[in-house]
Design a binder for this molecule. Structure first.
Ligand SMILES: Nc1ncnc2c1ncn2[C@@H]1O[C@H](COP(=O)(O)OP(=O)(O)OP(=O)(O)O)[C@@H](O)[C@H]1O
Ligand SMILES: [Mg+2]
Length: 413
C-alpha cells in the first residue's frame, strides 16, 4: 500500500510542499525559531517511511532525542491517523511500519559504535535526518554519509535542520558558498537549501509571533527571528573547549553541583563540575534538565545525578528548595549579591572550562553568551539574559568558591 491509497488528511505548511521530493543528496532546512522545520520533516519522514524508506534520525547527544524528535515523530504518526500501521518500541526508540517492515531508527552521535552498527530489519538505511545539525561535528556528519552506502531502489538523502547560530560554522563554510542572503532558497545538483522563518509557519499564535518580533537583542533577533546566519560581536567566554571526559570523570573528587529553576517555558537546569583550582580548570562533566518538569520530577533528577551531594540553587525560589530538602536532596540557596553575575563571570573567565561532549545545552549556551550592546553597538556590562540556564547553574555551583576569592583578595599574593 502507498500513502496515496489512504484517505488521510495531512496539513503541511505550504512553503515546504515543493521539498517533498527533491533529488539532491543533501537537503538543508535552516532558519528562524518556530518556522515549522522540525514539524514538517517529521511529517515527511513518516510519509517516506510508509512508502518504503528506512530512516536514521540523529542528534548530537542521544539523551536529547527522546523528548524532541522521537516524540515529534510519534505525534506525526498519530496526527495522520496512522497509529494502526505502526509498532512503536519506546525503550529502544524504534518505529516500524507494520505493512512493509521499514523502520525509523534513532541514534545519538555520541555513540559512534551504535552509529556504525545500527541496521534496519528490512533493507538498508536510505535516508538520515540530523536535527539541530549545527551541534554535530564535521567528522560525525561524514560518518552519517558513510552509513548511507548500500544498494537500494530508493533514493538516498541527508536532511539537516538547524538555526544558523554562527557564520563561522563549518556548515556555512562548506555548503553556503553560493548562498545569497537576500534569497530564501538555493539549489544545484548536489544540495538544496531552504530558509524559513516564523512567517512561514501558519500554525503559530499571535502570542508566539509577538515573542519573536519583540526580541530586543540584535544577535538573537537576526538568528532566531529572521533566520539569518549569526555574527557574535562581544562574546563573554572564549576560555572553553569540548572533549570526551568519560575516562577522567571517574577520578573527579572536587565536585560541585548547581541548579537553576525553570519558570513556565524555561528549563530546570542542573550542572555538575569538578574544580581543579591549582591548575585553574573547571571540568563540566554532566548536565541534566528540561522545561515542564514538576517538583517530583525535579527531585528525582537531583537524586539521580547528585545523590547526597550538595546542590547550589537559585535562592529566588525558597519554596522549591524547601520541597527538595523534604525529599532529602541537599539543596541550598545561593545568596545573590548585587554584582554577583558579573563577579561570577570574571571569576569563570580566569579558568579554562573543559566541557564533556554530552553537555550539549551548556555548550550551546556558553557559545552564544554575549554582552548586551548599547545603541552604538558597544558592549555594556550586562550579559543578554537569555540562553543562560546551565551557565547560571554553574555559577550557583561554584558560588562559594567565587566568594572565597573575593573575601581573600589582597591576602593571597
Ligand atoms: N503543519 C503543522 N500543523 C500544525 N502545527 C504545526 C505545523 N507546523 C508547525 N506547527 C506548530 O508550530 C510549532 C513550531 O514548529 P517547529 O517546532 O517545527 O519549528 P522549528 O522551525 O523546528 O523551530 P526551532 O528552530 O525552534 O526548532 C510546532 O511545535 C507546532 O506546534
Ligand atoms: Mg526544530
Amino acid at each position: 500500500m502507498n500513502i496515496a491509497d489512504l484517505n488521510i488528511n495531512i496539513v503541511m505548511n505550504p512553503v515546504y510542499i515543493p521539498y517533498m521530493d527533491k533529488p539532491q543528496f543533501l537537503q538543508i532546512f535552516f532558519g528562524g525559531s518556530s518556522s515549522g522545520k522540525s514539524y514538517w520533516i517529521c511529517q515527511k519522514i513518516v510519509l517516506d517511511n510508509f512508502n518504503g524508506a528506512n530512516y536514521l534520525v540523529c542528534r548530537n547527544v542521544a539523551k536529547t532525542i527522546r523528548k524532541s524528535v522521537f516524540n515529534e515523530i510519534k505525534k506525526a504518526i498519530s496526527a495522520m491517523g496512522l497509529n494502526k500501521y505502526y509498532r512503536i518500541n519506546s525503550t529502544d526508540m524504534e518505529i516500524t511500519c507494520k505493512l512493509n517492515n521499514k523502520q525509523i531508527l534513532f541514534v545519538g552521535l555520541d555513540d559512534p559504535e551504535k552509529v556504525k552498527s545500527i541496521t534496519p530489519i528490512n533493507g538498508v538505511i536510505e535516508r538520515a535526518f540530523i536535527e539541530e545539525a549545527t551541534e554535530v561535528t564535521k567528522a560525525a556528519l561524514l560518518q552519517i554519509k558513510k552509513r548511507l552506502r548500500g544498494r537500494s531502489q530508493i533514493s538516498k538523502h541527508i536532511y539537516l535542520a538547524f538555526n544558523p547560530i554562527l557564520k563561522s560554522h563549518y556548515i556555512y563554510k562548506d555548503y553556503f558558498k553560493y548562498w545569497q542572503d537576500d534569497k530564501t532558497s538555493y539549489e544545484d545538483q548536489d544540495i538544496c537549501i531552504l530558509k524559513t522563518t516564523y512567517k512561514d509557519n501558519l500554525f503559530l499564535t499571535a502570542e508566539d509571533r509577538k515573542l519573536l518580533e519583540d526580541e530586543t537583542d540584535q544577535y538573537f533577533y537576526e538568528v532566531y527571528t529572521l533566520g539569518n546566519w549569526g555574527v557574535l560581536g562581544h562574546v563573554i567566554f572564549k576560555n572553553w573547549r569540548v572533549t570526551d571526559l568519560s575516562a577522567e570523570k571517574r577520578h573527579f573528587d572536587h565536585i560541585f553541583n548547581g541548579l537553576d529553576f525553570g519558570y513556565s517555558s524555561d528549563p530546570n537546569a542542573l550542572i555538575r563540575c569538578h574544580l581543579d583550582r591549582k591548575r585553574k580548570k573547571i571540568y563540566v562533566f554532566a548536565e541534566d534538565g528540561q522545561a515542564g518538569m514538576n517538583d517530583f520530577e525535579l527531585a528525582a533528577m537531583c537524586r539521580k545525578n547528585c545523590g547526597e551531594q550538595y546542590i547550589g540553587c537559585d535562592c529566588a525560589e525558597p519554596k522549591t528548595i524547601d520541597f527538595l530538602k523534604e525529599e532529602n536532596i541537599n539543596a541550598y540557596g545561593v545568596q545573590k549579591g548585587a554584582d554577583s553575575i558579573n563577579r561570577g563571570i570574571r571569576w569563570l573567565q580566569g579558568y579554562e572550562i573543559i566541557i564533556d561532549v554530552t553537555c550539549q545545552n551548556f555548550k550551546n549556551e556558553i557559545e552564544q553568551y554575549h554582552w548586551r550592546e548599547d545603541k552604538n553597538g558597544e558592549p555594556t556590562r550586562t550579559p543578554v539574559d537569555k540562553f543562560n540556564h546551565w551557565l547560571d547553574a554553574l555559577r550557583y555551583a561554584l558560588e562559594d568558591e567565587i566568594n572565597d576569592v573575593r573575601a581573600t583578595a589582597g591576602v593571597r599574593i
